[in-house]
Structures are given as structure tokens and as C-alpha cells.
Design a protein. Structure first.
Length: 142
């Protein structure tokens, strides 16, 4: 999808709405970090606070992934479960982001409890890309 089409169809809002609905969390627990042209590449974050952790979907996805060697998810942490859970939902149609997702990744980092703490962490490190968990989705493009 060309990036102009993504913006013309209110893609950022639809992405947050659909991903938050799938995860069973309030929209304000997600934030888009960047949207980059070249297909459409969306980097996003999920704030893992008590509200987010209370979601049954997040709780089930946060269970560590199996140690099946055929899995592309990281099985050593809950991140693998989130990654494989989102990938499975995309493949089955349970999560529809309005376009084809050609690639995705998800990773966890240090939990940051507030926007002020997030801002301070970003100021300290340019490598900080997530408040607790986040990912990159690449929509198939032209």
C-alpha cells in the first residue's frame, strides 16, 4: 500500500483501533513511534501497565512461546508468545489491519511506567524504542 493511501484511509488511527481491540486494551496504551515509506512500515509500542496486563488476550499472549525449533518467535521470554500470537491472528484473519502484512517483529524492553519516565529514558538513550513491548509491521506494497 502506498503511504499516501495509508494516510488517506486514516491508517494510523485504524492501526491503533484494530490492534488495541484485538489485544483487548484501551487505545491509549498503544503509540505509533514511526511510519516509514517503503510499503508502509509501522513501529509501535504497547505500554504494559496494570490495565494492559489485565487483558485476557495480553495475558495469554504473554505466556512464553513453546520451545518448538520451527517457531520464528523467541521462546526465552514472553515476547515470543506475543509475536507468534499476533502472527497467528494475522494469518487466521482474527486480526485484520486493513491490508497485507508482509513482515512483522516484536520485542520487549524495560517497562517504563509513565510518559515522563519514557521521555527521560529516550533522552538518555537513542536506542530506546519501546516502553515495554513493541513491534514493526510492514504492509505489502507496490
Amino acid at each position: 500500500m502506498p503511504i499516501s493511501d495509508f494516510y488517506a484511509t486514516d491508517g494510523p488511527t485504524l492501526f491503533i483501533d484494530r490492534m488495541a481491540a484485538f489485544l483487548g486494551i484501551p487505545n491509549d496504551k498503544m503509540r505509533i513511534v514511526s511510519i516509514v515509506e517503503g510499503s508502509v512500515i509501522i513501529d509501535y509500542e504497547i505500554t504494559m501497565d496494570e490495565t494492559t496486563k489485565a487483558s485476557p488476550v495480553v495475558a495469554s499472549l504473554s505466556t512464553p512461546a513453546s520451545t518448538d525449533s520451527s517457531s520464528t518467535a523467541t521462546s526465552s521470554s514472553s515476547c515470543g508468545g506475543v509475536s507468534s500470537g499476533i502472527a497467528a491472528a494475522l494469518a487466521s484473519g482474527a486480526l485484520n489491519l486493513g491490508g497485507t502484512v508482509s513482515d512483522m517483529s516484536y520485542s520487549c524492553s524495560k517497562v517504563i511506567e509513565s510518559d515522563a519516565a519514557y521521555t527521560a529514558t529516550v533522552a538518555e538513550s537513542t536506542n530506546s524504542s519501546s516502553s515495554a513491548g513493541g513491534g514493526t509491521l510492514i504492509a505489502g506494497g507496490v
